[in-house]
Design a protein around this ligand. Structure first.
Ligand code: GDP
Ligand code: MG
Length: 460
């Protein structure tokens, strides 16, 4: 292993806890640990001679001052997280003592690590690829079972292996074409185009399936952003409260009660909804209310799902009509609320303005809640996804590169259809190959890697 400078950071969460870990990685990490970690009486415990994957007991000393009683985990390159020599010092988990130990480590030759720098080293040293690096962060931030499962599979290399295999297939075709153009006596291109056409068609079909399921998988990972919109007093805040199971938002008979956005997460049988309750849409002279209404319109534009609430006890008014006309069929559900009292709105009234599915509910009694839940699951195909072991590209960067690669394959198919010569195919095949390389970090420029690791947490 070549020489690398030695980095150090507190790897555990900020705030006091039972145990806190200082992580050190780089060529001098064991030497530094040996300098500062000693026996109770300040004698050497011989860390430099210890085997990899051993745990030693000792005390951290800053010169003659004893700082903490610790356990030291020692890893020798390449069998460590970073693939370099590394040490983890397991200290008492108070923030002050951890900072004090970190300062001592730095005073003895390490430098503070950048966010994500340990994982970046694991990537640069070839222990993991870019998809596995991203899976590390996904694992840390996962908040549900789907996200965790997806992260661990990706960490185990599922996406990497799939991309490598696809790249291999593409490269084989390029190599064949190049060889045949160079050496027509030994490689025959007769009939090759139809063979290639079949292969490319299959690749595109698989890619399309992956892209489709990945888009839905992202909802499972991050939750579906759902906005509750509707005119004042339709029962939006009541719906939020009903879904949450407690009185989060103020509900009154008065119009214009909710002004700011109220955001809450709920889980429906494992599907997370990031719900936003909004101000009732109407024309208003009040400035705070007007700002609230603008926010409501804006959030509706960017959400994955709109729950458009109507007050079923009153006829449609112009505000309802404006809302109904503005929501799309694919992304919206229309909820006729207050079905526990008189109903004055029919499906026919609504269908004049919108084709979105309609559900009759009561935010008071909870009626229609199951139907709403089933409909959301159906819209986002989440049943199908959560149950099987397929691979998904839930990371947007990876998905976008994959889409670009698929588009390059489509160009190959077009070129075949337009009876272009074989040398044209290789250009687009190589574009697809390069773009797939970006996913795993093979054809990554430094700027992209820097950008990815910058968003990591400290000590990871
Ligand atoms: N009967 C009945 N009243 C409801 C229902 N949902 C809301 N309300 C009432 O309608 C009024 C306005 O409710 P609110 O949730 O504040 O509406 P928002 O302005 O759309 O947020 C309140 O008096 C609620 O008690 C419902 O399902 N049934
Ligand atoms: Mg409200």
């Amino acid at each position: 292993m070549y020489y690398t400078d030695t980095i150090a950071a507190i790897a555990t969460a900020a705030g006091n806890s039972g145990i806190g870990i200082i992580r050190i990685s780089g060529s001098d990490s064991i030497i530094i640990a040996d300098k500062i970690i000693k026996s109770k009486t300040g004698r050497s415990i011989g860390l430099c001679d210890k085997d990899s994957h051993t745990i030693s007991y000792g005390f951290v000393f800053d010169e003659n001052v004893c700082i903490d009683e610790v356990l030291v985990f020692l890893y020798r390159a390449p069998k460590s997280y970073t693939a370099e020599d590394s040490v983890e010092i397991s200290c008492h988990g108070g923030m002050y003592v951890l900072k004090r130990v970190l300062d001592t480590v730095i005073k003895n030759g390490a430098r503070p690590a950048e966010p994500g720098e340990f994982t970046k080293r694991a990537f640069e040293n070839g222990r993991i690829d870019l998809t596995q690096s991203e899976a590390v962060m996904d694992m840390i931030s996962s908040e549900n079972e789907f996200s965790r499962k997806n992260s661990i599979e990706q960490l185990r290399g599922s996406v990497k292996d799939m991309i490598i295999s696809l790249r291999g297939k593409i490269l084989d075709e390029c190599a064949y074409i190049e060889a045949a153009l160079d050496d027509p006596e030994h490689y025959d291109l007769d009939g090759y185009t139809s063979v290639l056409d079949k292969k490319i068609t299959d690749m595109i079909k698989d890619a399309d399936e992956l892209i489709d399921s990945s888009k839905n998988a992202r909802y499972l990972k991050e939750g579906i952003n759902a906005a509750i919109i509707g005119r004042p007093n339709a029962g939006k805040s009541s719906l939020l409260n009903m879904l949450l199971g407690y009185e989060r938002a103020i509900v009154t008979k008065e119009e214009g009660t909710t002004r700011d956005l109220i955001e809450e997460k709920i889980s429906l049988d494992g599907i997370v909804l990031n719900l936003t309750d909004t101000a009732g849409i109407r024309s208003s002279d009040n400035e705070a209310e007007r700002i609230g209404i603008k926010k409501a319109r804006d959030i509706a534009k960017t959400s994955d799902l709109i729950l458009a609430v109507l007050d079923g006890s009153e006829k449609l008014n112009e505000n309802d009509i404006e809302i109904l006309s503005s929501v799309s069929r694919e992304r919206s559900l229309i909820l006729i609320n207050k079905n526990d009292i008189d109903n004055r709105i029919t499906a026919e009234d609504i269908k004049k303005y919108s084709e979105a599915d309609i559900i009759s509910i009561s935010s008071k009694t909870g009626d229609g809640f199951n139907e709403l839940k089933d409909k959301i699951k159906e819209m986002f195909y989440t049943d199908k996804i959560s149950d099987n072991k397929q691979i998904y590209l839930t990371n947007l960067r990876q998905l976008n590169s994959f889409i670009n690669a698929r588009d390059s394959l489509l160009l190959v198919k077009n070129a075949i259809e337009n009876k272009m010569t074989e040398d044209v195919f290789t250009v687009d095949l190589m574009d697809a190959y390069e773009e797939l390389g970006r996913i795993i970090g093979e054809s990554t420029d430094d700027a992209l890697a820097d950008k990815i690791f910058k968003d990591f947490c400290m000590g990871k």
